[in-house]
Design a protein around this ligand. Structure first.
Ligand SMILES: *Cc1c(COP(=O)(O)O)cnc(C)c1O
Length: 374
């Protein structure tokens, strides 16, 4: 007989409480200096983020979506262009393309949830300017295939790596494959702040300079405006908090990978359940498990069963793939995504889960399938 245990899908208060004293202290320090916008704490965090990734430039942005729009504009995406995005992504990916003045064109995804390079190929037209792969759930796409496709057709790669800070493909970090990559620091992201936040990374001095200018109303270092910009700045207090969290980030990721290994070990081989690739499944990839997304037969009944056992689950994007929002007019034939939208859901995954929590989730899943066999 299992004991009851409450495992909410995500532990928001825990994000603060795990190191409350230190967060209050860095915030108090910044506040008492009157350091609110574009101050030392932001510059420090930008430098530490660039060092962490081994890239030349990291530029704080207001949120992940602002980062995406800035990176598309810096890549020269604009009026009349088409940009290929995956069906399994947040609406912000497609919205960023739209707000950059271009048209998002959706392609299908594969069974590991990543953009399907062959489907992307079939969407290329003479208006296509860029491919925007989403490095979803903390995993990377097949970047060899996508970069080769982009080269072949003279297209740019602009990554939506909002969910994949620290993920790698053949050693290269997500975010550094194309013109620029974006991260989101939304609280539930692997590196989550206490509000909204984001960043753009790039190795190009030119792209970095343009993004720095655009995120601050188009103003150059001397205050002269040479283009219409945005207010897309990361605020200084969030940067101070993020700097503390970045120093611990490897430990967060290591814990997520341990949890993923435990899910893999306990839940592999159940008929009707497809797990994401485990942490050791592919020597070319280092996944950071932003999410632990499974596909399940009788998904809704499984969610109901888990909920009765106190386990919170979520269906990403509310259950809609991006081409399924009819009012956005992005309809395409994406058969895999279509099927997946009826089967996908996420189990709890964050660094504050204990082994006992994870075992409780696994017990509840196993209990469901045993009870439902025959
Ligand atoms: C979180 C996220 C974003 C951007 O999120 P913001 O809320 O703007 O920080 C963009 N794309 C994907 C795939 C995301 O998960």
């Amino acid at each position: 007989m299992q004991t009851h245990r409450d495992i909410p899908f995500f532990n928001y208060p825990g994000l603060f409480e795990e190191d409350a004293e230190q967060y209050l202290s860095v915030m108090k320090n910044a506040l008492s200096r009157g350091a609110f916008i574009m101050q030392k704490d932001l510059l420090d965090f930008e430098q530490h983020l660039a060092d962490y990734l081994g890239c030349k430039h990291a530029i704080g942005a207001a949120d992940g979506t602002a980062a995406l729009i800035l990176s598309l504009r810096a890549a020269g995406v604009g009026d009349g262009d088409e940009v290929i995005v995956s069906s399994h992504t947040f609406v912000a990916t497609a919205a960023a393309v739209h707000h950059a003045g271009a048209t998002p064109v959706v392609c299908d995804c594969l069974s590991d949830s990543m953009m399907d390079p062959e489907s992307a190929r079939s969407m290329i037209t003479d208006k296509t300017k860029a491919i925007m792969p989403t490095q979803l759930n903390g995993r990377t796409c097949d970047m060899d295939a996508l970069c080769a496709l982009a080269d072949e057709h003279g297209l740019k790669i602009v990554e939506d790596s909002c969910q994949a800070l620290g993920a790698r493909y053949k050693g290269t970090p997500a975010g550094l494959f194309g013109v620029a990559g974006s991260y989101s620091f939304y609280p539930a992201k692997t590196l989550g702040c206490f509000g909204d936040g984001g960043a753009v990374v790039t190795d190009s001095d030119e792209v970095a300079a343009m993004i720095r200018q655009m995120r601050d109303h188009g103003r150059g270092p001397d205050g002269k405006v040479t283009m219409f910009g945005h207010n897309g700045r990361l605020d200084n207090i969030q940067a101070a908090v993020l700097d503390v969290k970045l120093a611990r980030y490897d430990a967060y990721v290591a814990r997520r990978r341990e949890i993923a290994a435990r899910y893999t070990e306990r839940l592999s081989g159940i008929e009707g359940l497809l797990l994401p690739p485990g942490p050791e499944a592919d020597p070319n990839r280092f996944d950071i498990y932003q999410n632990y997304e499974i596909q399940a037969d009788r998904r809704d009944a499984l969610r109901e069963h888990l909920s009765q056992k106190g386990v919170g689950t979520i269906i990403q994007w509310g259950g809609w793939m991006v081409h399924q929002f009819d009012d956005l007019n992005l309809r395409v034939d994406a058969p895999y995504a279509e099927e997946m939208s009826r089967r996908y859901m996420m189990l709890p995954m964050h660094h504050l889960l204990s082994d006992a929590d994870v075992d409780h989730v696994c017990d509840a899943v196993l209990d469901f399938y045993q009870r439902n066999s025959i």
